[in-house]
Ligand binder design. Structure first.
Ligand code: 13P
Length: 241
């Protein structure tokens, strides 16, 4: 079912101490947030334990930022779905543009990770998006459709979230026009042939633009980087009007 999902992606930020501090400040501020929205925190692996303990009985869901396709094995630096679910993790980001850009992630490895995440009981958040050059060359649709076609082979669309994150809008302060984000997300929904799938927007989401973003009919939530690191900012985003 289409569900509103407001997710924070902390990337490689926050020690355990900083995570605990954030939660103490953040949780009281979302006490009265409407029940219609799911709140997810995708934290570094090293923060999973402390965040999971602090969330006990709370409405916030725990997320990771990657997951490997094998159950176990000689894969230095990787982590498996069962290792994550054991720690209370519900969601895992897969194919974030920073993984694609800096760590050689391809549509093929993204596909393997998506299937393994689902098989292990996680809900993957698949990230797709075009670069600046691709946008300027009018290739946005082609790039997104190609990422979906290759990434989604054999993936269960009922247990998936997609995040449209135009790369040029990530960490730049330059938000995609909300109507353009809505248009691209509409295309993603059509192509996925799954009208019930939740599709988020990501890229410079802030307290000042969240209300306008969430007013768009195709946008089911947001994946927030920088603004999820400050408790007051992320609380304002969760409490969007
Ligand atoms: P910013 O919100 O910092 O632009 O990052 C977006 C992002 O990459 C979320 O996954």
């Amino acid at each position: 079912m289409r569900k509103v999902i407001i997710a924070g992606n902390w990337k490689m930020y926050k020690t355990q101490g900083e995570a605990a501090e954030f939660l103490m400040e953040f949780m009281p501020q979302i006490d009265d947030a409407p029940e219609d929205r799911e709140v997810v925190l995708c934290v570094p692996f090293t923060d999973l334990t402390i965040v999971n303990k602090s969330l006990h009985g709370n409405r916030i869901r725990l997320g990771a930022q990657n997951v490997h396709w094998e159950e176990c094995g000689a894969y230095t630096g990787e982590i498996s779905a069962s290792m994550l679910t054991e720690m209370g993790v519900r969601y895992a980001i897969v194919g974030h543009s920073e993984r694609r850009q800096f760590f050689g992630e391809t549509d093929e490895t993204v596909n393997l990770r998506l299937k393994a995440a689902q098989a292990g009981g996680l809900i993957p958040i698949l990230c797709v998006g075009e670069t600046n050059q691709q946008r300027d060359a009018g290739e946005t649709e082609r790039v997104i459709i190609s990422q979906l076609e290759h990434g989604l082979v054999g993936v269960d669309l009922d247990r998936l979230v997609i995040a449209y994150e135009p790369i040029w809008a990530i960490g730049t302060g330059e938000t995609c026009e909300t109507t353009e984000a809505n248009r691209v997300i509409g295309i993603i929904r059509d192509r996925s042939k799954s009208p019930q799938i939740s599709i988020q927007y990501g890229g410079s989401v802030k307290p000042s633009n969240i209300d306008e973003i969430m007013a768009q009919p195709h946008i089911d939530g947001v994946l927030v980087g920088g603004a999820s690191l400050a408790a007051a900012d992320f609380a304002r985003i969760v409490n969007y009007q």
